[in-house]
Design a protein around this ligand. Structure first.
Ligand SMILES: Cc1ncc(COP(=O)(O)O)c(C=O)c1O
Length: 404
């Protein structure tokens, strides 16, 4: 139990922290599996998983063991020196990624991975025009934000953002074909738009993205920050489309909660960056890499891609049958354990508040979609608990449906 109560902690926040986040009325103290416990020791079911970060759940023994083994030995040296754990993590990523994605550069976040990937494509092609999708999200640093096709994130920062980006409708094959040109350095896409509201593109769109970039000598960057590492029922989201990108970016699940990201490409593309072209002080430090290595080997051992695929299909089928009759729900969609329930008007936000009262954490993506990205180890009982909440939310009297 904490010596500070929630009000004390909120006051400290107000006094000493930037107020750039809208936060829920809760502060967590510890976690176990798919459960979080607040400072009053009240238990919550976690369908957010740190926004698709805690893929192994909270306090997974493999993550804890890696931290406690590595931290006393060595936390940070520098990329001025060889780093054993970094090399081993690079090898582990090469073992799960399809050829020729075999070479990694480690950074600290998703935005930083995308920033580096876009620089890599610029230098590698000698071109400076980029294409991205409307409704996308690629991060908050300047180039990553330039690639983010949502005015709400760019507003107020425009003079800083690059005019090198054009945007196409996500899913519009004809627009895609006509927008990639011989001046395009790269097309950057999410294989499922996460922040945009769990939007799954067609096979044709993603395959065209691969074909047209190859034809025009541009690079295809697939942002796997949210979709990557078993979340969608495969190691990587792009695998659903039978394509292999030139560059992929990873972060979120990679460190099981420890901040680490990666740019992954072929050996040939990686050679674009020579000593001094790109770098970071903290990226690829021994502690982060040791933890990420443990995360990947646990995902392999526990067959979490297969599990996410199976559980996701079952869960989506249940959610569809619960919501089918309701005018409040427009669609249930997703892949694996990356599921969106799109609702009418403000219903998604209302459901979030309703679930919170029932000690279940969900969040809303794209304004109207309840996003479910739980730990990949989540048990059936927990999913059933969310289904029950959805059922009772949809059948309780709502102000507009009350008879007069
Ligand atoms: C697809 C995608 N790319 C990039 C990012 C940015 O990652 P980070 O917040 O680690 O910078 C996110 C974060 O939500 C994301 O979903």
């Amino acid at each position: 139990m904490s010596d500070l109560n929630l009000e004390d902690i909120k006051q400290l926040h107000i006094s000493y922290l930037f107020q750039n986040y809208g936060r829920e009325e809760v502060c967590f103290d510890h976690g176990q599996g798919e459960f979080l416990f607040d400072i009053g020791n009240c238990r919550y079911l976690d369908f957010v998983a740190g926004i698709a970060v805690n893929a192994l759940g909270h306090n997974h023994p493999a993550v804890v063991e890696a931290v406690t083994r590595q931290a006393p030995r060595l936390i940070h040296t520098s990329n001025l020196y060889y780093i054993k754990e970094q090399a081993e993590l690079g090898e582990a990523i090469a073992s799960i990624a399809p050829w020729p994605l075999a070479v990694s550069l480690f950074v600290n976040s998703g935005a930083e991975a995308n920033e580096g990937a876009l620089k890599l494509a610029c230098k590698g092609t000698g071109r400076a025009r980029f294409l991205a999708a409307k409704n996308s999200f690629h991060g908050r640093t300047s180039v990553a934000l330039s690639a983010t096709g949502q005015p709400k994130y760019q507003s107020g920062f425009e003079p800083l953002l690059s005019r090198a980006f054009d945007f196409i409708e996500y899913g519009n094959v004809e627009q895609l074909k006509s927008s990639v040109t011989s001046e395009t350095a790269a097309l950057i896409l999410e294989p499922i738009q996460g922040e945009g509201g769990i939007i799954v593109p067609s096979q044709e769109f993603m395959r065209t993205a691969r074909d047209i970039t190859t034809d025009k000598g541009a690079m295809l960057i697939v942002d796997e920050v949210q979709t990557g590492l078993c979340r969608t029922g495969r190691w990587f989201g792009f695998e659903h489309f039978g394509i292999v990108p030139d560059i992929i970016t990873l972060a979120k699940a990679l460190g099981g909660g420890y901040p680490i990201g990666a740019i992954v490409s072929s050996m040939e593309i990686s050679k674009t960056f020579t000593p001094g072209s790109h770098g970071t002080t903290f990226g690829g430090n021994p502690l982060g890499c040791a933890v990420a290595k443990a995360v990947l080997s646990t995902m392999k051992k526990e067959k979490l891609a297969e599990r996410a695929n199976l559980k996701g299909e079952e869960w989506m089928a249940k959610l569809r049958s619960i919501t089918r009759e309701s005018a409040m729900v427009k669609e249930v969609r997703g892949r694996g354990l990356m599921i969106g329930v799109e609702m009418e008007g403000e219903r998604a936000n209302e459901f979030k508040a309703y679930a919170f009262q029932r000690k279940q954490l969900v969040n809303v993506a794209g304004g109207r979609t309840v996003r479910l990205v739980p730990p990949l180890i989540m048990g059936d009982q927990s999913m059933t608990a969310l289904n029950e909440s959805m059922k009772s939310f949809l059948t309780r009297p709502h102000p507009e449906t009350k008879t007069l």
